[in-house]
Write a protein that binds this ligand. Sequence first.
Ligand code: FEO
Length: 174
Amino acid sequence: MKDLLRLRTSLTEEIETLLNEQIKVEAHSSSVYLAMSSWCNRNGFDNSADYFQKQSGEEREHMLKLFGFINDMGGRAISPEVTNIPQEFESFRAVFETALQQEIYVTQQFNRIADRCFKAKDFMSFQFIQWFLKEQIEEEYIARRALELFDVIGEEGTGRWEIDKQVPKIKYEN
Ligand code: FEO
């Protein structure tokens, strides 16, 4: 029965599993960003709260893009369970450190998927993944620049207030 089902799709079980795992990663990222948004809101950083809410929406879109691809290819996209979302963060800076680490992790995961697609000669999935790899350049850039604001502006006095003001202004131009 399992083999019969595979006849309906050129996705191998391995690639389908990897893509479903990535759906989970994106859903997790979306929820973590939402938790960051709430933390920022509670602590008076309104602009950052909006920024993380927007990021959360983007991660959900990434998740849906993967979800749609698996189903369009005749595979079985799995609606993810999301657990272990941190609700508290040590500091304003720690929120941005976590965000950058999260983006670097996502990049590593996509590199891993691209590598597996290439080795499996699944060039359709390999091509599909390229969009995400390009997107990660921007995602990492913005997360890195946001974190750098802490050193450039400094946190003393009205520093955090100023950082919060600058966060939504970061733009990636390529
Ligand atoms: Fe979907 Fe921010 O990576």
